[in-house]
Every structure is written in structure tokens, then in C-alpha cells.
Design a protein around this ligand. Structure first.
Ligand SMILES: Nc1ncnc2c1ncn2[C@@H]1O[C@H](COP(=O)(O)OP(=O)(O)O)[C@@H](O)[C@H]1O
Ligand SMILES: [Mg+2]
Length: 604
């Protein structure tokens, strides 16, 4: 299971990391070898102390000592001991270095995947992006990826590395004390397996619970913060507070269990180690009943080996537990690789290169069909020609498909069938960038950002690159300059956010200034004035007169006061154009429009 998930993860997110992983495996083999030599030196060291002849009589000993002119047994004993110490010190320094690089490797991997997700959230098509709710995006970027890398990937590496070290130490035992090594290995294997089974049951549910409570937490926070005003008015603070607390408690409880299960393995391993040692001792005693020197040396070797195996086993068991608790998250991350089309992104470089399009004749929509979901067409076979400089109004009931149409024109939603051409240039997914460069969009609700008027107008442009002259022009055209001028710092003055800052009308003018800053050829208003009171709406509408003939304007409106100056009005119903005509023509023909006129308080 771990192998399958990890392999899938590597395929999805780590094709370029494989060589590094092999490198780490190589590093741990070296570490294992150093352990091997260090522990191996203990055996002759003990023998030299108790019964030097067993060593001094060996050929190897004579060979080394004679060549190096070392004939003092006492000094030689010391040298072996010192050698063992030196090897351990070196090994530990080496390990500290390895751990540093291992963590650095994981951090940069985390960074790569997080960037991949952030790029996707920014550059993926608008349609794909809509599928993931904000809370999930936040969770993925801030928690999910980190937990998978720390809890699953790093731990898998830990298991591999520590298994190698244990393997090499066991190999040493196998050489020196074969029978004991084999029996202990079998015992350790089954003991670990049993232990794993026990933990697996406990940690499986934790994994799903952590994922669920974290997303819920984000949802609750976003829900009440975004709708704070309504929360106050309805007096439902307590409802949110209770939900938050209940969820938070669940989350904390799960995290507590999670931490607990990573902390207890040492105590279980300790028990295992004691049992192992007793088994060892029994076997050694049974095998070498007469030779006490060898028994003592073997004990020394075994104690040393166990002393080194124990922490490695601890790390392996903790790693298994962590992997279990993050299993669900790992699966989720792998699912994203399938559902998110990371390759299908708008290319940022391409966007910068493409020049804005000309617009002299007309924008033509031909046989446009669009649906969000299968078999639920929202725009049906729509044909429309918008001439350059024309002021087009789009009306229709809510849900008729007006916003969808605007989003199609802006290239946010790709059409299922149909063509869009601008001055005889066929618009495709590539040159939509060029089309967008000549469009200014004014939404119903502007998102003001913390900062100056200029920053809000030239949104998305680095502070030092803001053209303050252009900001001023845009603010003047949007008729907000009179207000901005009252501040000492002019457009550099900070916008007061919240309800005691700008009025609705001023906010809307700021939104218009933002659209105008880039001097677009086409202005699209999507119910931009609907939330204004009639008087302010009329003022903003009057302002649009200024642009008549200079810019092409597409104004979607629910109320009709915006539309009295339109050259042409397009009436949409259920995604189809019912009729187009002037304000007078349409109001004479359609009762619904006449009704709209009455509620809009327009005198015609
Ligand atoms: N993201 C979406 N996913 C699925 N259906 C949607 C989505 N956005 C809008 N719709 C549906 O498309 C239709 C047209 O919506 P919209 O263009 O917003 O209408 P209008 O702006 O005229 O009020 C509606 O039936 C609406 O439910
Ligand atoms: Mg709409």
C-alpha cells in the first residue's frame, strides 16, 4: 500500500527527484557501513581486554601490528577502542549532515508542489478553477501538501534509510553469530508486523478525520468572516462560535491521538529489545557454554548492536504510524494530479508576448453554445454582432445567461460550439489574451484591497510601476477625482475599507476607474449599477454618456435606467436572443420589458 501510494506520488510529483532519492539511499548505505565498522570493532576490543591471546594470535593482528611496528598490547587495545569512538563520532557528524540535506530536499520538494498548485489556481482556466471551493484551495496550499511531504514522503525515506542501517547491522551479527541473528530477525519482523497491525487500526480513522476537520475549519472561518454583516444582523454569532468550537475540539482530539501514536512506539520497542536481548543471551550461552571470553565478547557485540538497532526501529515504527495517519491525504494529493489538469494552463509568458488586438469593425458571435453541466445548455445557438463604438445593452431575467455570455466574450468560458471573430480575426484560446487586453470589466461588487486609491485602480501592478498620471485620468473619467482630490496625498491616500469607508456609488466609480486604467476599447458592465440607489445609478449612467462612441460598451442590466442611452438592446431569455432593438421598440413589443421600465422609474 505504502509502496503503491509512494510510487504514484513519484510519478505525479517527483519524476525529477528520483536521482536525489537514490543518492540518499547511497548515503545511508555509507552510514550503515560506518555503523558496521564501529560495532565490529567492539568485539576485538572486549577480547583484547579479557583475553588478548585470542586476538594477538590471529594472522590479521600480526600482519597489521608488524607492518605498523605496534607491539604494545595495551596501546593496541586503546587504539582499537579509540578507533571505534572515532568511527562513531565521524558517523554522527556525517549523519547530521545527511539529515540536513534530507530536510532541505523535502522542503524544496514541498515548495515545488505548492508552487505547482498555486500556479494552477492562478493560471488554470476559469472554468476548471471554479470547481474547487476557496476553503479547499487554502487547505491544500497551507496544510495538505506540507503534511503529505512531512508525514508521508519524509517518513517513507526514513523507513528506507533506517531499514538499510538495521539490515547492515544484522548482517554483521549474521557473520559473527549466524543463528542468533536469524532468530532475532524473524522475531523482530513478526513483532513489528503485529505492532503495525495494532497501530494501523487506530491510525486509519485519524487520517480521514484530520482531513475532514481541517477543511471544515476553513469553511466555518470563511463562512462567518465573509458574511460578517449578516451574522451580526441575524444574531447568529453563537451558532458559528459553537460550530467552530465543536470542530476545533474534534480537530484537536484527532491531532492529540495522532501525536500520541507517534510518541508511544519507543516504549513498545524497548520491551521488544529486552526480549530480543534475553533470546540472544540464551542462544549465546547455549552455544558457547565453555568459552566465557567469547561469551563476554559476544554480549558486548550484541549490546552494541541492539543499542544501535533500537533507535532505528523506533524511527521506523513512528514513520509507519505517521504514514498511516497521512495516508488519506496522500491519496487526495494523488487524486488532484488526476483531476487537475496541471498541463492545461494559460502560459504566463505567452500572455505577456501577445499584443492587444485592434478593434475597428465588429465583434461577431456566431452559433455560440455553452453548458456548465452535461445536457443543461445555458447559451443556445446565439448569434450577435457588436459593432465598434456601439453601446449595447443586455437584458433578461436573472438566470437567463447574461453573465455567462459576458464571460464567454471575455474568454473565461470556452464555448462548446460556435465562433467568435474580432475584425475578421478568429478568436481562439491563444489570442484570447490579446482580446482580454482591450477589455475593461466592471463587476457588480468590486473587491477593494488594502492600500491607496492608486493601488486599487492599478490593481496587480507593482507599486513602482504604477503610472500616477494614468491613475488620475482614470479617476477623472470615472468621476471620482473630485473626491480623491480632497485628500492631501491625492491618489496615494489610503482607501478606508469597510462600511465607514467609501459609499456604494464611490466604490462603483473606483471599479470603473480600475477598468479604465488600462484604456480598454471595450467596456463590459455586469449589473454594475444594480446595487446602487436610483439617484446614484443615474449619476453613474450619465457618466457613461461620456464614453459613447469612443468605446464599445456592453452593459448587462437588470434595471433599465442604464439602458435608455443604448444604441441597441439585446433581450435574452433562457440563453437565447429573443429580440434586439432600440429601447422604444422593445418596450412597445414586450410586456415584461414594460414592467421593468415601470419599476426602474424611467420616463420615456
Ligand atoms: N458555475 C456555474 N455552474 C453551473 N451552472 C451555472 C454556473 N453559473 C451559472 N450557472 C447557471 O447558468 C445559468 C445562467 O446563469 P447566469 O449567466 O449567471 O445568468 P444571469 O447572469 O443572466 O443571471 C443559470 O441557470 C445558472 O444557474
Ligand atoms: Mg449575472
Amino acid at each position: 500500500m505504502i509502496y503503491k501510494n509512494f510510487k504514484l506520488f513519484l510519478d505525479n510529483y517527483g519524476k525529477d527527484k528520483l536521482s536525489k532519492i537514490y543518492f540518499f539511499i547511497f548515503l545511508s548505505i555509507i552510514a550503515g557501513c560506518m555503523e558496521f565498522i564501529g560495532i565490529a570493532l567492539i568485539y576485538p576490543f572486549i577480547l583484547m581486554i579479557i583475553n588478548p591471546e585470542t586476538i594477538t594470535n590471529t594472522e590479521l593482528y600480526t600482519l597489521i601490528t608488524e607492518n605498523l611496528h605496534l607491539n604494545n598490547v595495551g596501546i593496541n587495545t586503546f587504539l582499537i577502542g579509540f578507533g571505534a569512538i572515532l568511527i562513531f563520532v565521524l558517523k554522527n557528524i556525517y549523519m547530521m549532515g545527511t539529515i540536513y540535506f534530507q530536510n532541505k530536499f523535502i522542503v524544496s520538494w514541498k515548495n515545488d508542489i505548492t508552487s505547482k498548485f498555486m500556479r494552477y489556481y492562478l493560471y488554470a482556466s476559469y472554468k476548471n478553477n471554479m470547481q474547487t471551493p476557496a476553503s479547499e484551495k487554502i487547505y491544500n496550499l497551507t496544510i495538505l501538501i506540507g503534511q503529505v511531504l512531512d508525514g508521508y514522503v519524509l517518513r517513507t525515506l526514513n523507513i528506507i534509510i533506517n531499514t538499510i542501517v538495521i539490515g547492515i547491522i544484522l548482517l554483521l551479527l549474521l557473520i559473527k553469530l549466524p543463528l542468533t541473528a536469524i532468530i532475532t530477525s524473524i522475531f523482530l519482523y513478526f513483532a513489528m508486523k503485529l505492532q503495525n497491525k495494532f497501530f494501523k487500526n487506530k491510525t486509519n480513522s485519524i487520517s480521514a478525520e484530520i482531513a475532514r476537520t481541517s477543511v471544515d475549519n476553513n469553511n466555518i472561518i470563511i463562512e462567518c468572516i465573509e458574511n460578517f454583516k449578516e451574522v451580526k444582523i441575524l444574531g447568529i454569532e453563537n451558532y458559528f462560535f459553537k460550530r467552530f468550537q465543536t470542530n476545533q475540539e474534534k480537530y484537536n482530539q484527532t491531532m492529540l491521538e495522532n501525536n500520541y501514536y507517534t510518541l508511544i512506539p519507543p516504549y513498545i520497542i524497548e520491551t521488544l529489545i529486552v526480549i530480543t536481548f534475553i533470546i540472544f543471551a540464551l542462544i549465546i550461552t547455549l552455544q558457547n557454554l565453555s568459552d566465557t571470553t567469547k561469551i563476554l565478547a559476544s554480549y558486548g557485540l550484541v549490546v552494541m548492536a541492539i543499542f544501535r538497532i533500537a533507535p532505528a526501529l523506533n524511527r521506523i515504527q513512528s514513520a509507519f504510524n505517521q504514514i498511516n495517519t497521512t495516508k488519506r491525504l496522500m491519496e487526495k494529493l494523488n487524486e488532484y494530479a488526476k483531476t487537475y489538469k496541471f498541463e492545461e494552463q494559460d502560459l504566463p509568458d505567452l500572455e505577456a508576448q501577445l499584443p492587444p488586438l485592434e478593434f475597428k469593425k465588429s465583434l461577431i458571435l456566431e452559433g455560440i453554445n455553452f453548458q456548465y453541466k452535461e445536457n443543461k445548455p445555458v447559451i443556445k445557438n446565439l448569434n450577435l454582432e457588436i459593432r465598434a463604438g456601439e453601446f449595447i445593452g443586455i437584458i433578461g431575467d436573472s438566470g437567463a445567461g447574461k453573465s455567462t455570455l459576458a464571460e464567454i466574450i471575455m474568454g473565461l468560458l470556452p464555448v462548446d460550439y460556435g465562433n467568435i471573430t474580432l475584425d475578421d480575426i478568429f478568436i481562439n484560446q491563444r489570442n484570447f489574451f490579446s482580446l482580454r487586453k482591450i477589455i475593461g470589466y466592471v463587476p457588480q461588487n468590486i473587491n477593494l484591497v488594502d492600500g491607496s486609491f492608486a493601488k486599487n485602480v492599478a490593481w496587480g501592478i507593482e507599486e513602482e510601476e504604477i503610472d500616477y498620471k494614468k491613475v488620475e485620468i482614470a479617476l477623472k473619467k470615472a468621476q471620482l477625482w473630485e473626491y480623491v482630490e480632497t485628500f492631501e496625498e491625492k491618489s496615494k491616500a489610503k482607501v478606508i475599507l469597510g462600511s465607514n469607508g467609501l459609499s456604494q456609488g464611490q466604490k462603483q466609480r473606483l471599479a470603473i476607474a480600475r477598468a479604465l486604467y488600462r484604456n480598454p476599447k471595450i467596456l463590459i458592465f455586469d449589473e454594475a449599477t444594480s446595487s446602487l440607489d436610483l439617484k446614484t445609478e443615474n449619476e453613474v449612467t450619465e457618466m457613461l454618456k461620456e464614453f459613447k462612441g469612443k468605446k464599445t460598451i456592453i452593459a448587462i442590466a437588470h434595471r433599465l435606467s442604464t439602458l435608455k442611452m443604448c444604441d441597441r438592446i439585446v433581450y435574452i431569455k433562457n440563453g437565447e436572443i429573443i429580440d434586439t432593438g432600440t429601447f422604444k421598440e422593445l418596450s412597445a413589443l414586450y410586456k415584461e420589458i414594460e414592467y421593468l421600465i415601470r419599476i426602474s422609474n424611467i420616463k420615456n
